[in-house]
Write a protein that binds this ligand. Structure first.
Ligand code: SER
Length: 617
């Protein structure tokens, strides 16, 4: 099945169920919505109608919405993360509810007239109830009926979440089956549909989360029953109407339908890869990560520009600039240095998507102009900048002994980071990323100091830009940095003192933290960890820094590096007696500034290493 066939089938199906088909909204949210930089889900442009406003298309609408999510931008390159994706969705604004939503989902997925997927490979999760919201017995009953009617005998998993025998319905908690677009807004329990992608491995058996972790079960559709609204003060109130918001990813569904291992093997990427192969002389199979990043980023950039975004040093324009520059840098790394290559790829994107998203063709001139200009600008300095970066790495490194736990790392001084940023136009995240690959830490505090100095000297527009964009970014990152100290201390308390940091990565949107632990964390452990961090936040503990001779510091602080490799004077950051770390900083002054800490994901990073993603709200 082609992507276009899939979109058409979806829309036709819901049209036949009385839905008005509406076009995709812009990637740029409406002006009154300051909660996101880009449209991140199909529901986003529809929030007012979920809250009760009347939609011109009536109470039932369906569409295919272009979306951009940049929270996981540095994960793009693996086998599943994307910044740009399309989401098919059907909505009820106070009209039908659970019964119709679930029945139609099942019909569309399994009826040979529609997708014709094998119902025996389908598994569903439902909200098991948490807080004041009870277990979704209604959804469970409806699923049972739907399966029974199709001749299947199904059972519901217990608290152990184990799939065996005829278990197909798995109740899960808030983290998995309660949906909200951000910190506040319409929300509700959901039911998610998963498909067995490897039936050749025999009967599906085992703990649900393990089957998902190994990608045997892949989520293809999410029906959210939006009947609540979360307010800024954290309270959850019932909405005046019961809504349905469903989301089905085009890329993933297409991969499943065509038996492809991942989204990159589908026709939504292959033509771009062919073009990259042609331009670079390299093979996708040898450079998967680079190809995926370049293709995803140029695709996202193409759509953003068509929706009126231009490269800037702040906000949305900064994200666009970052995507284009990151794509160029990866292109360089596979010797794709031909001028205008980004437009070359973008043309393929327009070709692939232009019939459905007609705005792309209309904006072709803008897209070409922006890509050419941005590429030209960055290209001039990229090579010099990369050379400068290599030099900096050689010249200024402080070499830390490789240790079993941490691996070696080095620090790059702030003035060098600033030079790369100001003279060579490297987005700060890009510098960090390149540094990260070489196990280098950048001195962010030093960088900020340099920036302020520069700002005082030249009251230029870019100084103002920094204030509006990057400074905010820096502040958020500083908060996340402090949060990693709280998290590590909490992990040590809950999982044991032998827990160490194996890596960490911070963006303005979230933190990612890797640590050694032999097993998947249980929901109880995650809750304890989260609660403990939040407790420390609420205690408003000052974060204190003392500079002291290394020898003195090492008497009282447990460190993980080879002591002989520390500088003679080190900074020790302590948060009460909860956390004491030797660290370069920067940190915020008081834990109370962090707001509220929420773990959004726990997964395997590599053997014996777990990864937690968390956000501050
Ligand atoms: N809002 C839900 C999601 O994005 C369903 O559309 O998954």
């Amino acid at each position: 099945m082609t992507a276009q066939e899939l979109r058409e089938k979806y829309l036709k199906f819901f049209e036949s169920k009385g839905h008005t088909i509406i076009p995709s909204a812009s990637l740029v949210p409406r002006e009154t919505d300051a909660s996101v930089l880009f449209t991140t889900a199909g529901m986003h442009p529809l929030v007012p109608y979920l809250l009760g406003e009347e939609h011109p298309g009536g109470k039932r609408v369906a569409n295919v919405q272009k979306c951009v999510r940049t929270g996981d931008i540095d994960d793009v390159g693996d086998n599943r993360h994307l910044t740009f994706f399309e989401m098919m969705g059907n909505w009820s604004f106070g009209d039908y509810f659970k019964k119709e939503a679930i029945e139609w989902s099942f019909e569309f997925l399994t009826d040979p007239k529609w997708l014709g997927l094998d119902k025996n490979r389908l598994y569903v999760t439902v909200f098991k109830g948490e807080g004041n919201i009870p277990r979704d017995e209604t959804a469970i009953e409806i699923w049972k009926e739907v399966f029974t009617k199709s001749g299947m005998d199904v059972a519901v998993a217990g608290e152990d979440e184990i799939i065996k025998d005829n278990v197909r319905i798995i109740p899960l908690g808030t983290d998995d089956n309660f949906w909200i677009a951000g910190a506040t807004g319409p929300c509700g329990g959901d039911t998610e549909m998963f498909y067995d992608t490897r039936p050749e491995e025999g009967v599906v058996e085992g703990k649900f989360s393990d089957l998902v972790d190994s990608f045997r079960l892949i989520e293809i559709w999410n029906d959210v029953f939006m009947e609540f609204e979360k307010k800024a003060d954290g309270s959850v109130e019932k909405l005046s109407q019961q809504n349905v918001d469903t989301g089905m990813g085009v890329e993933r569904t297409l991969a499943v339908l065509n038996g492809k291992e991942n989204v990159f093997e589908t026709e939504l990427f292959q033509p771009i890869f062919v073009k990259i192969e042609e331009l670079s002389g390299k093979k996708y199979d040898d450079y998967k990560k680079e190809f995926r990043i370049i293709a995803d980023h140029i695709k996202a950039a193409t759509f953003m520009i068509a929706d009126g975004v231009t490269p800037l040093n702040v906000g949305r324009g900064y994200v666009l600039r970052r995507l284009i520059r990151r794509a160029i840098r990866y292109a360089y790394s596979i010797d794709l240095k031909e001028g205008g290559f980004s437009w070359g790829l973008s043309r393929v994107v327009i070709e692939m998507y232009g019939n459905f998203y007609t705005g792309l063709k209309e904006k072709e001139n803008d897209i070409r102009a922006v890509l050419f200009e941005e590429e030209e600008k960055f290209r001039q300095t990229l090579e010099n900048g990369l050379r400068e970066l290599d030099k900096a790495i050689e010249e200024y490194r402080i070499r830390w002994e490789d240790s079993e736990v941490f691996g070696g790392f080095k620090v790059m001084p702030g003035n060098i980071v600033f030079k790369l940023f100001s003279t060579y136009g490297f987005p700060i995240e890009l510098i960090k990323e390149i540094a990260d690959e070489k196990k280098i830490f950048i001195d962010e505090e030093g960088f900020k100091g340099e920036f302020k100095k520069h700002q005082d000297l030249s009251r230029t527009a870019s100084a103002g830009a920094f204030k509006g964009g990057l400074q905010g970014t820096g502040e958020m990152e500083t908060k996340y940095h402090t949060a990693t100290h709280l998290l590590l201390a909490a992990l040590r308390e809950i999982l044991g003192p032998e827990t160490y940091q194996k890596g960490s990565n911070i963006t303005a949107e979230r933190m990612r933290f890797d640590f050694n632990y032999p097993a998947k964390l249980t929901p109880e452990q995650l809750k304890q960890i989260e609660d403990l961090v939040n407790q420390k936040i609420q205690e408003n503990i000052p974060v204190e820094m003392r500079e002291m001779p290394k020898d003195e510091a090492l008497k009282s602080v447990k460190v993980s590096f080879d002591p002989s490799r520390y500088p003679d004077v080190v900074k020790v950051y302590s948060i009460g007696d909860f956390s004491v770390e030797v660290c370069g900083g920067p940190h915020i002054q008081n834990t109370g500034e962090l707001g509220s800490f929420r773990i959004t994901k726990e997964e395997a990073s590599s053997a014996g290493v777990r990864r937690i993603k968390a956000i501050l709200e």
